[in-house]
Write a protein that binds this ligand. Sequence first.
Ligand SMILES: [Zn+2]
Length: 430
Amino acid sequence: MLFEKIGIIDENFDFKKDMYVGVKDDRICYIGTQKPEENYGRVYDGTRKVLIPGLVNAHTHSPMTLLRGYSENLPLDRWLNEKVFPFEDKLNCDRAYYGTMLSVAEMLSSGTTAFSDMYFFQDGVIKAVKESKAKTNFCRSISSFTDGEFLKESRVIETLDAIKNYHNTENGRIRIDWSLHSEYTNMLWMIEAFGDYTKDKGFITHIHMSETKSEHENCKKKYGKTPAKLFYDSKILDSKCLFAHCVWIEDSDIELLKEKNASIVTCPASNLKLGSGVCDSNKILNSGINLALGTDSASSNNGLDMLREMYLAAILPKGINNAPDIVSPKDVLKMATVNGAVAQGRYDCGIIKENYKADLAVISLDSPSLYPDFDVINNIVYSAEKSDVILTMVDGEVLYENGEFKTVDVEKIGSECNKIVNEVVREISL
Ligand SMILES: [Zn+2]
C-alpha cells in the first residue's frame, strides 16, 4: 500500500506534510517526498490526513470490557471485592473471548494497534487476538493468598503453558509476558520465588504498583519498604519490568526503577475514576524512565480510547504542578506510541521509519475541531477524538477503515456480550 501526499509524524516526532509512505508485507519500506518507483499496490489518497504510529495501550484487561457500566462509583478495594471478583468468578474462556473481541474492535477503531493485556482465560483471549489480527503482549496475572510451591501454582503453570503455546506466534504479534498482579495480592514467598525464577529468563514482567495510597503505605507498614524496593530486593527488577499506575511512588523508587531500566505505564482516567490520585508523569519523564500510557480496563475508565487518555496525560500534570509548560504534546505522543512499544520489548514498532513494522493509524483532519491546522501535533493531542481515526493497520494489514471492521463482526460480538452479562448477573444472584 502506498500512502500518497499524506502528513506524517516522522521518526523524530515532527510533523511533515505531503509525504509518500510505502508499506510492503508487514513493514514500512519507503518514506520520502517523492513518489517511489516501486509499486506498493493500493494507493491511498492522503489529502487532509495524517499518518501516525499506531497507538500502544500499555496496560489493559481486555475481557473486562464485559463489566463496562456494571460497577461504578466505588474505591478500588470495594470495586474489586464487591463487584469485579464475583463477576469474574462466573467468566470462562468463551466469555473472555467475546469480551476481548469487543475490546479489540474498540481499540482498532480508535487507532490502537497493540496492547499489553493482563488477565486469565488465556485460550479465550488469545483466540480473539488471533482472529482479530491484533498485536498483544499477554500476561496471566499471578496472585497468591496461601503458602505453596512456585512451579506447582496453577497460575504459574498457566503462564508456562501460554509461553509454550503462544509466545512469539502469529508473526510475532502475540507475545507472552510474566506478571504478578500486585504486591498486595501476593504473599512474600511468591514475590521472592517469582523474582528468583524470572530474573534471567529474558521475559518482561508486568505488575500493578503503588496504585493507591493505602496499598503503598500498607506495604511500607508490612515490609518496612515500598513496593518498588520490595520488588528490587526480590530481584524482580532484574527482568525488564512494566509497572502500571505508580501514582504513589517516591523519589527513591524512581531511582531504583531508573537504575533497572524499568518502564512505567500511567493510566490517568482509571486513577481519577477510582479516586486513586494523579501520577506525576512530569517527574517520571524528567528522570529518563520510559513512560508509556494505558487505559486500564473499560470497567474503570470506561473506554479504551487512547486519544482521550492522551488528552488527560497532557493536561493533568500541568494542573497538579501549576505548570502549563511541562509534558509537551510531543512527549505525550511518544508515550502513546514508541514508549509503549519499548515497554512491550518491541523495538521495531511505534515509529514511522523504514524497516519498522507497519503498525499505523490515519487521522482525518476534516473535522471542524481539527481546523485550523496551524500545529497538527497540538491538534492531535489536545483536540482529536477517536471518531477522527479513519484507518488502522497492524503488520501492514488494514483491520479497520471508515467504520468498517475487517476482522470483527461488532454487531454479533456486541449482542453476544449483552447476553453474557445478563447470564453472569443471573448466576451471581443465584
Ligand atoms: Zn490494571
